[in-house]
Design a protein around this ligand. Structure first.
Ligand code: HEM
Ligand code: NAG
Length: 249
C-alpha cells in the first residue's frame, strides 16, 4: 500500500511538465494605506506579495529576488535600477511611493500616468492606457506601435523630457514589450525576432490597469531566464522606429 502511494506520487512527478513554473502567488488588491509607485511592475510585485504588500521597507535585493521569483527575469533587472534609485534618494530601504519623485526616477510623458505638473503622477490614468492601446490597429502592441506612442508623448510633454529621461522612457517601453510578449523569441539573435515581438492588448490592458500578472489572459513567466542583454536590441528597435516615424532617419 505504502509502495503504491509512493509509486503514484513518483509517476505524477515524472508525468508533470518539465518546464513547470511555481504557481504565481495570488493577487490582493492594494489598500489605500499601502505604498505604491509610478512603476507598474513594482506595484504588481507588491500586489502579488513578492514584495511586502504594504509596499514599505524594501531593499534593492528584495526587488531583485521578487523579479526573479515571479517572472524568471535575472535579478539584475531589479537590483540595478533599485540601487541607483536608493542612492539618489539617500536611502538603504524604500517605500514604493518614494519613487514618485525625480530622484526616485519619476519623469513626465509616462505611458500610464499623468505628469507631476498636473498634480498626480502616481495614480493610473486610464485615458493614457487607452491611447497606448489605440496606437496599434491590431490586437497586439508592436515595436512600431509603442514607438508611435513614445513620439506622441515625447512631442507633447510639458516639461519636455531630458535626454537621459528619453532613454529611460524608451527602456521602459522595451520592458513592457518583453514582459507582455506572447511568444518566446530569442531577442539576441536577429532583427527579425524583434519584428515578431508582440504584446497582446488584452493582457497588457489587465497588467497596466490592474497591476496584476495577467495569467487569465495567458501570461506566463519566461521559459528561459531573461537577461539584461535581451533588452538592448528592443530599445534600439524602438528608437529606430521612432526616428523613422518622425521622418528623420
Ligand atoms: C522587470 C523589471 C521592471 C519592469 C518590467 C518595469 C516596467 C516599467 C514600465 C513599463 C514603466 C513605464 C510606466 C509608464 O510610463 O507609465 C516603468 C516605470 C517606472 N519604473 Fe519600472 N520596471 C521594472 C523595474 C523597476 C525598478 C527595479 C525600479 C526602481 C526601483 C523601477 C522604477 C520605475 C519608475 C520610478 C517608473 C516611473 C517612470 C515614470 O514616471 O513614468 N522599475 N517601469
Ligand atoms: C525593515 O526590514 C529590516 C529587515 O529587512 C528589519 O530589520 C527592520 O526592522 C524593518 N524596519 C521596519 C521599520 O519595519
Amino acid at each position: 500500500m505504502k509502495f503504491l502511494i509512493l509509486l503514484t506520487l513518483a509517476t505524477a512527478c515524472i508525468a508533470g511538465p518539465i518546464t513547470s513554473q511555481a504557481a504565481i502567488k495570488p493577487y490582493v488588491k492594494p489598500k489605500s494605506t499601502d505604498s505604491r509607485s509610478p512603476c507598474p511592475m513594482l506595484n504588481t510585485l507588491a500586489n502579488h506579495g513578492y514584495l511586502p504588500h504594504n509596499g514599505r521597507n524594501i531593499t534593492a535585493q528584495d526587488i531583485g529576488n521578487a523579479i526573479f521569483e515571479s517572472t524568471n527575469w535575472h535579478s539584475d533587472f531589479g537590483i540595478f535600477p533599485a540601487t541607483a534609485a536608493l542612492k539618489n534618494l539617500g536611502l538603504t530601504a524604500l517605500n514604493l511611493a518614494d519613487l514618485n519623485s525625480t530622484p526616485g526616477g519619476e519623469h513626465p510623458a509616462s505611458l500610464t500616468r499623468k505628469d507631476a505638473s498636473s498634480g498626480d503622477s502616481n495614480t493610473i490614468d486610464t485615458a493614457r492606457v487607452t491611447q497606448l492601446l489605440a496606437d496599434s490597429k491590431t490586437n497586439y502592441l508592436t515595436v512600431d506601435s509603442v514607438a508611435k506612442t513614445r513620439n506622441r508623448l515625447d512631442s507633447t510633454s510639458k516639461p519636455p523630457l531630458t535626454t537621459s529621461q528619453l532613454g529611460v522612457a524608451q527602456g521602459e517601453a522595451a520592458l513592457l514589450m518583453v514582459l507582455m510578449r506572447d511568444t518566446y523569441v530569442s531577442l539576441q539573435t536577429s532583427a527579425q525576432d524583434i519584428s515578431m515581438l508582440r504584446a497582446p492588448k488584452d493582457r497588457t490592458r489587465v497588467w497596466l490597469l490592474e497591476e496584476k500578472f495577467p495569467t487569465a489572459q495567458g501570461w506566463k513567466p519566461a521559459e528561459q531566464v531573461v537577461q539584461l542583454a535581451d533588452l538592448g536590441p528592443v530599445s534600439t528597435a524602438i528608437i529606430s522606429s521612432q526616428a523613422a516615424q518622425r521622418g528623420s532617419t
